[in-house]
Design a protein around this ligand. Sequence first.
Ligand SMILES: [Fe+2]
Ligand SMILES: [Fe+2]
Length: 279
Amino acid sequence: MTAPLTLAQMANDVLTTADGAAKAALSRRHAAAWFAARAQDPCAIEIGTANPPLHPARPDKPELLNPRDVPKRKPGSEAGRIALLHAVAHIELNAVDLHWDIIARFSHVPLPIGFFDDWVKAADEESKHFGLMCECLESLGSFYGALPAHRGMWQAAEDTAEDLMGRLAVVPMVLEARGLDVTPGMIKIFRQAKLTQAVEALEVIYSEEVSHVAYGSKWFYFLCGRDNLDPKEVFHTLVRKYFRSSLKPPFNEEKRADAGIPPDFYWPLADQIKPIAGV
Ligand SMILES: [Fe+2]
Ligand SMILES: [Fe+2]
């Protein structure tokens, strides 16, 4: 009988699967196996360790371009809306890998098992989000891979491959928090176009992304507390070190607060000074 997979091996399996639909399906199967085993016996699956690839396997298409070479989209047109859904699908597929990568890459760090539960759940939700975006694209006569996509999305993972606190600061607490800022505007675009399927899919994404940002801040605070560090100061230092630009207002202050990120974390990193209330 072969030994059951460890969680780190499951993560590595997903990271080394190239096809988008196969990656998302495997991610969902491994997440279901993890939670089913955890419900029976909290230690049924070992965390284990893995040596994940620095770059996860990806499908041949979409072609990956530098951000400045990705054609600009006009969301008022059908082609623009397809391009927007395609960009979100690409973000979701990256997010599947990002969440399994934090599990595999930092599996050697002693952490409460809840850390792994959170990222398995987030990875499962990203896999669902990727599927939802693929369905929306297909209903508009397109598919994931039909258009070029952004190459830079894995950069943050590469830059923070050796630094768990840096990873938490930049991926969930900066990049995924940015998703909370921009998703309401996207929902509006699809609502105006009367594309109910896309509106409903983006509403699922919007509600579930709050918890991914919250997992980031929860474990960031945890690690700061364990080392007696000031979370705000460490956050500023790590974002300045690993994130290559300033943060862009307007911020979704309400959802960021729901996710445990206070304004004095992000406003000092913004590319403009916070306007004074009432002025
Ligand atoms: Fe997502
Ligand atoms: Fe997410």
